[in-house]
Design a protein around this ligand. Structure first.
Ligand code: ZN
Length: 334
């Protein structure tokens, strides 16, 4: 499944639940240890591996490059969120990325790149932006943003979200329309940690939170019939679109267009809408979509995470807000 990519729109890979062995511990609670015990604790930490010691193979522009997980996560964070978000949102995003990485690696190499764990194509895996690319893109803001990126990764070193002992499919999106979508609304499977929750971002804090796409009747017909040639789009424009059904979370589930039944996601794709949270109006010679939010709507909303962070929530609280029933712990699966 492909869709137009924008910042923070992580795309679907097949659901696969790896069988990890998992030893629970409490990594985030500082204990009043004696100095010698701290020494021991540090040694144990190293033997478990951390972002700088774990490696992966990244497929980018036709070559496979082995790199530390730390470097990879910085690249994904630069591409998927950038360096301007609140630090707690950046940390939440980093842990989502790390979790998604290990979830993907447990599923095994994809047919698209059998010799690499992940690629830099957001239509396949996750977007990636190397340091040099960010330096060009961010200009004068580079030093500040890069410092934030590095801090977010190092301060959440090796932390991963688990559900029933396995790293979760930690998908995320840019912004939601009041509430997030369930995984079953967008893909085939309902997952217990990807249920609909409230998301606090609004037009005050999200650029282009509301967007409008208007097509002339002719444009609408041309676009739709290119994908669905059986559609009969003749006569009154007002009669072209029928039976628009919204889900419980306010997104378009399905509609009948020119006699052809399509899903909200198919309409989103055909008309390049920013999300499936839309209403549709037909005029005498036009069709208008009014859209809220950006992305598939499942899992963490990046702008919602930023709002929660500004309200004083920690990265752990943000992740527990968006991923229901998860625990956060060291990664121990390799
Ligand atoms: Zn890939």
């Amino acid at each position: 499944m492909r869709q137009a990519f924008g910042a923070g729109v992580l795309l679907w890979v097949a659901v696969f639940l790896p069988a990890f062995l998992f030893a629970p511990r409490q990594p985030d609670k500082p204990h009043p240890l004696l100095e010698s015990e701290q020494q021991v604790s540090a040694t144990v930490e190293i033997s478990r591996g951390s972002d700088s010691e774990q490696t992966l193979r990244l497929w980018e522009e036709g070559t496979v490059r082995e790199m530390a997980v730390e470097e990879y996560l910085r690249g994904v964070l630069r591409a998927e969120m950038g360096g301007a978000f609140h630090m707690e949102a950046l940390k939440a995003q980093t842990v989502a990325e790390r979790t998604y990485l290990y979830y993907q690696m447990a599923a095994g190499a994809k047919a698209a790149h059998p010799s690499a764990d992940v690629c830099a194509d957001p239509g396949c895996c996750t977007a990636y932006l190397a340091e040099e690319g960010a330096r060009e893109k961010w200009g004068a803001a580079f030093e500040e943003y890069e410092q934030n990126i590095r801090l977010a990764v190092s301060e959440t070193d090796n932390q991963v979200m688990y559900y029933e002992g396995e790293p979760i499919m930690a998908v995320f999106h840019s912004s939601s329309a009041g509430v997030t979508a369930t995984s079953g609304e967008v893909w085939t499977a309902d997952l217990p940690y990807l249920v609909s929750v409230e998301s606090p971002e609004s037009a005050d804090t999200v650029p282009n939170y509301h967007s409008v796409n208007t097509f002339s009747a002719e444009e609408f017909r041309t676009r739709f019939t290119a994908r669905y040639p059986d559609a009969k789009l003749t006569g009154e424009t007002a009669a072209w679109i029928k039976d628009v059904i919204h889900s419980d979370t306010g997104r378009v589930e399905s509609a009948v267009v020119g006699g052809v039944s399509v899903t909200g996601q198919e309409l989103r794709s055909v008309f390049s809408l920013r999300s499936t949270a839309f209403t549709v109006e037909t005029g005498a010679d036009s069709v208008t979509f009014r859209v809220t939010g950006y992305g598939h709507g499942v899992g963490m909303s990046q702008y919602g995470a930023n709002t929660l962070a500004q309200e004083g929530k920690s990265w752990q609280e943000i992740l527990q807000w968006y991923y229901t029933g998860i625990t956060i712990d060291d990664y121990t699966g390799r």
